[in-house]
Design a protein. Structure first.
Lengths: 285, 351
């Protein structure tokens, strides 16, 4: 039992570890448990602290927040981050509108197709982003359909990339509720499809949808290949560009983006609070 | 014309017939049960009344109108599911008021109606709770209230008590019957539990393999089963293989022992089977009744009754004795005589 703390891979693993720690046998936390925990924390925090320490050495001989000030006063930071946020929001909206009704219908009427749909959503893990984007450019860079000048390809690529996370979150959420019976109950009470989706399905998927949108946000903001190769302003190419030119500012930016990510998690946790009967935050079921 | 009519209703899934030629007329205010083993088509038939399945052929008429092809949300039919199906994101009161909100009723009207419904299910204090804070029995009461709140023309219950434990099940079925009679609402009740069906129904439809086997009052179904399936599915039944001695006098023989039947023997040649209910058989000798000698095979103490299995030749006869204090129970291996009246013997041709 002891000594096998899994590598931090996701909330599911963490909660499994937490459950294990809650068992009576391991309640008298053995010194080894603390040792592994401390090791894990070090693994997690040392790079952060080191990055912070480095980012504060922009001025020789003393610690300052000059690098942070540079970033926060750089209009390019806001422009690129703003673009990334915009792409993220567009991606989330389209992705939700695409995935929720699809997953709902698959659960309700096309259960046999579930493995097929699941497989399709996993494609981004099989096909690397760089292959996808070159495929896009080849296919849509010449006539009859030229799309390389518009952000359509960028957003389309983001939607594909976020598909596994979005679909899995929604699927897990739908598995947690008895979709079919709830739908039928609502129907027998006189509700039509829009009402059922709005008042029964969406509210009960709140946490799943939040986690799906959060993962999408994280992916889109951190995505480099698409934005760089399709030449659109975004956060990741900006960060890369900065890293080539200004070392301290790049470190500061890494921490800022880290903080923004954590703030997003916080917001999602806060929005998802008190959702009755549902406790999962990620897609893990 | 009956209130709810199912005319030659049939449903086919792929190559299998789930329901065939189902004809039923339900009067206003009547409670009719569909009883049968799983897969017999009872739930499919109910779902066709609800509109969740469209019949392959035949039609469903409610209050004179053909509703065969109406979508479920335009039928005004209340449904209670085995899995409760309360909306987890809503309180008890919001669940009960959901159908009224959909129907765009005024808020005060909804509130009054919800309070009325919560009183009806004897849960007036629990309107603010969420479903996950309730027990299974309470959740199913709320589901019942929610279905009744919209004043449906028909109430449909699909194995509503199957997920509950025995004691709650008995309590709640009495409650359902009480509410149904008080509101006078036309109800179809699907169950695989024969005791449930017999105890609360005005009429019972026994189904098997997609077909109707018998329709009748609980008393008729139990005492005058129309087919061997009904006889064996509803209640416990003893089967004794006999040969005919004198068809005109109703004389039969089982394993060398004579017995007399009150029913008509149609086929005098070949073996036939005598059916007997356990409660019509008595332990000991009773004059002017059939008597068979055998050996006690097993004694099971069930509380209010004691079930005794007696081996007579190749056959085993089950009989029930009321539990009274001071009763001496026979022991396994004892030689006993069982008695039963001639009119209790129901005869079927064939072994």
């Amino acid at each position: 039992m002891r000594g096998d703390l899994p590598q931090i891979a996701g909330t599911a693993d963490i909660s499994r570890v937490a459950r294990r720690l809650r068992r009576p046998s391991s309640r008298r936390a053995s010194p080894w448990a603390w040792f592994w925990l401390a090791l894990g924390m070090l693994y997690f925090f040392v790079p952060l602290v080191a990055t912070l320490e480095f980012s504060m050495r922009a001025v020789r001989g003393r610690y300052t927040f000059v690098a942070f000030q540079h970033i926060l006063s750089d209009p390019d930071f806001y422009r690129n981050f703003g673009f990334s946020l915009m792409w993220a929001v567009i991606t989330m909206v389209i992705s939700l509108l695409l995935v929720v009704p699809t997953a709902y219908w698959v659960h309700l009427r096309l259960r046999r197709l579930r493995p097929v749909v699941e497989f399709i959503t996993l494609m981004p893990f099989v096909i690397p982003a760089v292959v996808l984007v070159f495929g896009y450019i080849r296919l849509y860079g010449s006539r009859p359909l030229v799309l390389t000048g518009s952000p359509v390809l960028l957003v389309a690529g983001y939607i594909v990339l976020s598909l596994p996370y979005m679909y899995r979150s929604v699927d897990a959420g739908l598995r947690a509720i008895d979709v079919r019976t709830l739908t039928e109950a609502a129907q027998s009470l006189g509700a039509g499809w829009p009402t059922i989706l709005r008042q029964v399905i969406f509210p009960n998927l709140r946490v799943a949808l939040l986690s799906g949108t959060f993962l999408t946000l994280a992916i889109v903001v951190g995505e480099f290949t698409f934005a760089s190769l399709l030449v659109w302003p975004a956060f990741a190419p900006y960060m890369e560009d900065l890293g080539n030119k200004k070392a301290y500012e790049a470190a500061a930016l890494a921490l800022i983006s880290f903080g923004l990510t954590w703030a997003s998690i916080g917001i999602i946790q806060w929005l998802g609070r008190g959702a009755p009967g549902q406790t999962q935050v990620t897609g893990a079921h | 014309m009956a209130y709810l009519e199912l005319l030659k209703v049939g449903k086919t899934f792929g190559a299998t017939d789930a329901v065939e030629e189902f004809n039923l007329e339900v009067e206003r205010g009547e409670l009719v049960s569909f009883l049968g083993p799983s897969g017999c088509g009872k739930t499919t038939t109910l779902r066709m009344v609800a509109g969740f399945e469209i019949p392959t052929n035949g039609s469903v008429r409610l209050n004179g109108q053909d509703i065969t092809h109406n979508p479920p949300n335009q039928r005004n039919v209340g449904m209670v599911f085995q899995a409760y199906a309360l909306f987890p994101n809503m309180t008890v009161a919001d669940n009960v008021g959901f159908g009224l909100k959909i129907a765009k009723k005024a808020k005060p009207e909804i509130e009054v109606r919800v309070r009325e419904m919560l009183d009806l299910i004897q849960m007036p204090q629990l309107g603010d709770r969420y479903p996950y804070q309730l027990s299974g029995g309470q959740q199913q009461r709320v589901a019942l209230a929610r279905a009744l709140a919209i004043e449906p023309q028909v109430l449909l219950l699909d194995e509503p008590l199957s997920a509950l434990d025995a004691k709650i099940r008995v309590e709640l079925r009495t409650e359902i019957r009480r509410i149904q009679q008080r509101l006078g609402i036309t109800t179809i009740y699907v169950t695989h539990d024969q005791e449930e069906a017999l105890s609360i129904s005005d009429r019972v439809v026994v189904m098997n393999a997609g077909r109707m086997e018998q329709v009748g009052a609980p008393y008729e179904i139990y005492n005058y089963p129309a087919t061997p399936f009904v006889a064996s599915f509803v209640g416990t039944l003893n089967q004794l293989q006999c040969t005919v001695v004198d068809a005109a006098a109703g004389l039969l023989a089982h394993n060398g022992q004579r017995l007399k039947t009150g029913s008509l023997i149609e086929k005098a040649d070949g073996p036939l089977t005598v059916m007997l209910r356990p409660e019509q058989i008595h332990l000991g000798v009773i004059d002017d009744e059939n008597q068979l000698k055998g050996k006690v095979d097993h004694v099971a103490f069930l509380g209010s009754i004691i079930r005794i299995l007696v081996r007579i030749g190749e056959a085993i006869i089950t009989l029930d004795v009321l539990n009274e204090r001071g009763h001496t129970l026979p022991r396994v291996g004892d030689e006993v005589t069982v008695s039963f009246p001639a009119h209790a013997c129901w005869v079927l041709p064939g072994p």
